[in-house]
Design a binder for this molecule. Structure first.
Ligand code: MF3
Ligand code: CO
Length: 251
């Protein structure tokens, strides 16, 4: 299906700024809750209540039948874990993905936090994935090609001895959660469309300590590493400008 890339007006970006700020503050609340002994569902509840209090819509809830407000993906789970009755354990690598819709505009962001005492490898995975996102953001300038984002992410991650997930990618975002173009976290700098001011995109590297291949659980949502290695995920929504992009999902 061919969808034109949607450019946002200044007014629309102002609304997205507000959507992004609400999302970032809520995601921070949820992230602060992560510690050993907490039940996944409690994280969903924190997000749901905060969204209700602020009058924004939980974008994920009901999306293609998705049954929750947040995604909670632990250890070898990469993305789209459904929060359930599982207890978070000491040493867990916990990825939280969240989206909200404010006045019709979607913001999308994810963080990975550790619960209790992490192994040195788990700590390094989280730091490398966070840095990979920021390298991708720095490459997202008006006039550059989308491939430059993935190339800078992949180069950095592989230098660090980790791998980048291929089957799931970033995306345009705004009027809908998933708009064109796709934003891969890998590839060559001379590929993809040219970034233009007014484009709003979500960059979301998923990084594994082992190989990049994935599998999906029988629940048809939870995506995990094929080899059982650890995975982390960070995501920001940002607006493309003439120069440095404006990150919309900072608290
Ligand atoms: N943040 C995810 C993405 O960018 C969306 C989660 S899928 C949902 O694709 F079903 F939970 F909404
Ligand atoms: Co996303």
């Amino acid at each position: 299906m061919l969808m034109p890339i949607i450019l946002k007006s200044r007014d629309e970006i102002s609304t997205m700024r507000e959507s992004g700020r609400i999302l970032a503050e809520t995601l921070q609340l949820v992230g602060e809750r992560v510690r050993p002994g907490v039940i996944e569902r409690e994280l969903d509840e924190v997000a749901r209540k905060e969204f209700r209090r602020r009058g924004v819509i939980p974008t994920f809830l009901g999306y293609q039948g998705y049954p929750a407000t947040v995604c909670v993906s632990i250890n070898d789970e990469i993305v789209h874990g459904i929060p359930g009755d599982r207890e978070i354990m000491d040493g867990d690598v916990v990825s939280i993905d969240l989206g909200c819709t404010y006045q019709g505009f979607v913001a999308d962001s994810a963080v990975t936090v550790g619960a209790g005492k992490l192994t040195p490898e788990a700590r390094r995975l989280i730091e490398v994935t966070r840095e990979a996102l920021w390298r991708g953001i720095s490459a997202a300038r008006g006039g550059s090609r989308i491939g430059e984002i993935g190339a800078s992410i992949q180069t950095y991650v592989e230098e660090q001895g980790f791998s980048v997930v291929r089957e799931y990618v970033g995306h345009g975002v705004g009027r809908q959660m998933h708009e064109d173009p796709q934003i891969p976290n890998y590839g060559t700098p001379d590929s993809g469309p040219v970034l233009k001011p007014g484009m709003v995109i979500a960059i979301e590297p998923m990084v594994n300590t082992g190989g990049w291949r994935t599998k999906r659980d029988d629940d048809n949502w939870t995506v995990r590493t094929l080899d059982g290695s650890l995975s982390a995920h960070f995501e920001h929504t940002l607006a493309i400008t003439e120069g440095e992009p404006e990150v919309l999902t900072l608290p």
